[in-house]
Ligand binder design. Structure first.
Ligand code: GLN
Length: 543
């Protein structure tokens, strides 16, 4: 097993996660098997209880782990399927150490940062290796920036780890920033020198330095960085701002042959990669033949990262149809006080993503109604499926005041509510239905068509509330089609409408399973329907 460690310096948001994911892509294209893990030095046990304002999207894995959005990049950029072993936070590290101390597992010793906390961190790399015996290379990305107090123990653990498994089996990659001082017209290497110096203080000498830069990196600057950072000249890699899409990152890093440098550094023999599939995908993104406009109606639309996987899934599905997807982000609260047709306007499709709480919920219900009654293609995800159900109950079945009990505990018609056994659970963490579960798709439905006749599907969940089976018959009789239910409990998974070009609500999160060249069927179908843009003449079922 070989190990790559990706650290960051100077500032955050350098694209360290994308660099780690891109190295994964390139190594896979060299025929190697990889897995990628993220160490997050913050004290939360997982990002599940963090606000999207703090953290962006919570990315859910098959096993139900609620993780950092970088893991989404890892899964989209590579073929690896991640588990909870692929994400570790300081919160988990300390929780484990303290639990062990209480159980007396340290046999009366004084419990210390070194070795006990660092051992706990190192154990996670070994655990991942044990879980994935077929893997050739483990890539570990450390969140934060070198010099942060909270990251220090993680770096110390990596230093020890590298010594233990043999320096020749580890490759340290440091990602830094090369700022351009416009007034002087100069690229500055000092921040890179200083951040590498900081790393060397801890005892880590990077093997490769990736320099994030707006422009090309000239030879003078390469030499300067090489000399001051004690890194071979050829191991200074430029990571330029990509023009169109993050999927260009592996191709950009390939220009300086980063994959070659990594395998040489680790002593791995592997062939030059054939990247034609990736290049074709990027080509379709850069030179689209069609255009499609999708409104995403949500609560955190001003945040770049809150609906990351949804935006990526739309882009990926667009590429499959040779279409550029323009995303119009709409704050659902604005629809509550204005005509939806004015706010949403002339878009080709409407998507309502997942969410929690009641702020903006009525706006989402109005948006679902607007899609149903105009015939605009609609994709509702999780909360987006729940509001579509509420809207249908209220406006087609005339169930006045119908709601989800998440927003109105006293609603006369709780069409979405908690499952009986979930009632009474008070802890906010980890009480949700999380992770992958099997669902059955009913033949003859739009969903069955989209999934290509697949009868058993596996999709990831993150929610507490469910379609209330007490309303199944009434809503079905009025025209709501239940096109998929969970295999075990028969919980409603997908709803759709018959007399509508494309109206789908999914209780799960399809956005966590889109990959370049492998768009998720629901997103692909949604984009295809939106591209047809015939909705203006074909309204859906009315009250
Ligand atoms: N708040 C809803 C629930 O808990 C929907 C969750 C979501 O959209 N992820 O069921």
């Amino acid at each position: 097993m070989k190990y790559i460690f990706v650290t960051g310096g100077v500032v955050s948001s350098l694209g360290k996660g994308l660099a780690a994911a891109s190295i994964g892509t390139l190594l896979e294209h060299r025929g190697l098997r990889v897995t990628i893990q993220k160490f997050d030095p913050y004290l939360n046990v997982d990002p599940g209880t963090m606000s999207p304002y703090q953290h962006g999207e919570v990315y859910v894995l098959n096993d139900g782990a609620e993780t950092d959005l970088d893991l989404g990049h890892y899964e989209r950029f590579t073929n690896c399927v991640l588990t909870r072993f692929n994400n570790l936070t300081s919160g988990q590290v300390f929780e484990n150490v303290i639990k062990k101390e209480r159980r007396g597992e340290y046999l009366g010793k004084t419990v210390q940062f070194i070795p006990h906390v660092t051992d706990e961190i190192k154990a996670r790399i070994h655990d991942l290796s044990d879980q994935n015996p077929e893997v050739d290379v483990i890539i570990t990305e450390i969140g934060g920036t070198v010099g942060d107090i909270e990251g220090h123990l993680f770096l110390e653990a990596l230093r020890q780890f590298s010594l233990e498994v043999g320096r020749a089996n580890t490759c340290f990659i440091h990602v830094t920033l090369l700022p351009l001082i416009r007034a002087a017209g100069e690229i500055k290497t000092k921040p890179t020198q200083q951040s590498v110096a900081k790393l060397r203080e801890i005892g880590i000498q990077p093997d490769i330095v990736i320099c994030r830069t707006e422009h090309d990196l000239d030879d003078d600057n390469r030499r300067k960085i090489a000399m001051f950072c004690n890194v071979e000249h050829r191991n200074i890699v430029a990571f330029r701002d990509v023009k169109h899409s993050i999927y260009e990152c592996p191709l950009d890093l390939r220009r300086d042959k980063i994959d070659r440098l990594v395998v040489d550094n680790l002593g791995i023999d592997s062939p030059t990669p054939d990247l034609s599939d990736w290049e074709n995908f990027v080509e379709r993104l850069i030179n689209p033949q069609h255009k499609v406009t999708i409104a995403v109606v949500g609560k955190y639309i001003e945040l770049q990262d809150a609906y990351k996987s949804i935006y990526e899934s739309l882009t990926i599905a667009g590429a499959a149809h040779h279409a550029e997807v323009t995303i119009v982000r709409i704050d659902s609260e604005t629809i509550e006080t204005a005509d939806p047709s004015v706010i949403i306007g002339d878009v080709d499709g409407i998507l309502i993503p997942g969410g929690f709480g009641d702020r903006g919920i009525e706006g989402k219900i109005l948006a679902a109604q607007y899609a149903r009654t105009t015939g605009i293609p609609y994709l509702g995800i999780c909360l987006g499926m729940q509001v579509a159900t509420v809207e249908f109950a209220r406006n087609v079945c005339n169930l006045e005041g119908a709601h989800t009990t998440e927003c109105n505990k006293k609603t006369p018609h709780p069409v979405i509510s908690l499952q009986e056994e979930q009632k009474g659970i008070k802890d906010m963490g980890a009480t949700m239905r999380l992770g992958s579960c099997d669902s059955l798709v009913h033949p003859g439905t739009l969903a069955a068509n989209l999934y290509g006749g697949e009868q058993l599907i596996k999709e990831r969940h993150r929610h507490r509330y469910e379609f209330n089976p007490a309303y199944l018959d009434q809503l079905s009789e009025a025209g709501l089609i239940i096109s998929s239910v969970s295999a075990e409990e028969g919980l409603v998974e997908i709803i759709e409408l018959a007399d509508h070009p494309f109206y789908i609500g999914a209780q799960f999160h399809p956005e966590f399973q889109s990959k370049p060249n492998r768009p998720h069927p629901l997103f692909s179908g949604f984009i295809e329907a939106s591209l047809k843009s015939t909705w203006r003449g074909s309204p859906g079922p009315q009250a």
